[in-house]
Design a binder for this molecule. Structure first.
Ligand SMILES: *[C@@H]1O[C@H](CO)[C@@H](O)[C@H](O)[C@H]1NC(C)=O
Ligand SMILES: *[C@@H]1O[C@H](CO)[C@@H](O)[C@H](O)[C@H]1NC(C)=O
Length: 355
């Protein structure tokens, strides 16, 4: 037994006293497959190891000796598992003798290690298309489990019940029937192909919108076809007051009106039905009212200016003034980094006197 592996194993055993046997079983096949993959990688990595690739008779002879040597096997086994992989280390630990047996005695006759080791010897996996303790054929047969239209539960492992989990297009115990939204485009006793219905159909018998059995939501039967229902044409708009309705194939969208409208029939200020406050209708367009243009001054504080904005206005201090406690006062020059100069102090004092 390899010393470091033994140590890891001991640590894991302490850690994993309550490891569930049921869970371990599924992982066993997975573990075994990974282990075999690593074995093949190890074979690859040790191929012609320590040899320059020359062809001298001595090298040929030594190489062929190394090829099937215990040294090489030990090197491969050394790298079969990550040190933290309990399941893998445990499996190698438990079955090291069988691996050695295969290496020295069986590999000529049974070159497929996965088959010999995982399936037939330690019996943690099954051949493809079979499942469960006795490796029974999946539903639909082991050649084409679930008729190639689904996944066989437990396929290739010693667990599961061989039942089918069908792909989205298929349904039924054997994945031969078509699911809703698909129709049978090819069918005989052993093969079934289902294809998506036309976008207008919920269920169908064929590819076009004339083949719908039921229309999908957002579509209506009209003369034997399912056609798009224009949700926006209904008397009561399905959208909010400040939105307009946009019909789409099979559905509709609600989009926000331009900010100049309260209500609208489309995009932009030219499609307003009613103008928002701060806007007036002019030549069919809601345009901004310039509140600052009114005959009466609406900004009444001293040294204050009116600023028109979209839909409203603002009263701001005139250039050179700033708001201080609700009054517009002359802007004081801020202290420079070099310190306060005498002229700065003068301005500060004048401004103060003004107040
Ligand atoms: C069923 O169809 C598949 C593909 O369409 C075909 O390969 C197969 O031979 C058919 N089987 C029978 C029994 O007709
Ligand atoms: C605004 O400030 C100036 C001083 O900068 C002052 O002369 C004027 O009276 C103030 N008021 C108005 C309404 O301009």
């Amino acid at each position: 037994m390899n010393g470091s592996r033994a140590l890891h194993l001991a640590a894991w055993l302490l850690f994993c006293v309550f490891c569930s046997a049921a869970v371990a079983k599924k992982e066993s096949c997975e573990t075994c497959r990974q282990l075999v993959d690593r074995f093949h990688k190890g074979l690859e990595d040790t191929r012609k190891k320590n040899f320059g690739g020359g062809n001298t008779a001595w090298e040929e002879k030594t190489l062929s000796k190394y090829e099937s040597s215990e040294i090489r096997l030990v090197e491969i086994i050394e790298n079969l598992c990550d040190s933290t992989d309990f399941e893998c280390n445990h499996m190698v630990e438990e079955h090291e003798e069988q691996i050695e047996k295969w290496w020295f005695k069986m590999k000529k006759k049974y070159p497929d290690l996965l088959k010999w080791f995982c399936i037939e010897t330690i019996k943690v996996c099954c051949p493809p298309g079979t499942y469960g303790p006795d490796c029974l054929a999946c539903l639909g047969g082991s050649e084409r489990p679930c008729h190639n239209n689904g996944f066989c539960t437990g396929d290739g492992t010693r667990i599961g019940d061989g039942s089918c989990q069908c792909k989205a297009e298929y349904t039924g115990q054997f994945c031969l029937e078509c699911a809703d939204g698909y129709y049978s485009s090819e069918r005989n006793d052993t093969h079934s192909t289902c294809t998506a219905c036309n976008q207008a159909c919920q269920t169908c018998n064929g590819p076009s919108n004339e083949d719908c059995k039921e229309c999908k939501n957002g579509w209506l039967k009209d003369g034997g076809k399912c056609v798009d229902l224009n949700e926006c044409a209904s008397e009561e708009s399905p959208c909010k007051d400040n939105q307009y309705c946009l019909n789409t194939e099979g559905s509709f969208l609600c989009k926000g009106c331009d900010k100049s409208c309260i209500s609208c029939s489309g995009e932009g200020p030219e499609n307003c039905k009613d103008c928002a406050t701060g806007y007036v209708l002019l030549d069919g367009i809601c345009i901004d009212v310039d509140e600052c243009d009114a005959s009466e001054n609406i900004c009444v504080r001293e040294n204050e200016t009116c600023l028109n904005t979209a839909g409203s206005y603002k009263c701001i201090c005139s250039e050179g003034f700033e708001d201080k406690d609700g009054n517009c006062v002359k802007v004081m020059e801020t202290e420079g980094e070099m310190g306060t100069s005498e002229s700065d102090i003068n301005i500060l004092e004048t401004a103060h006197e003004d107040l």
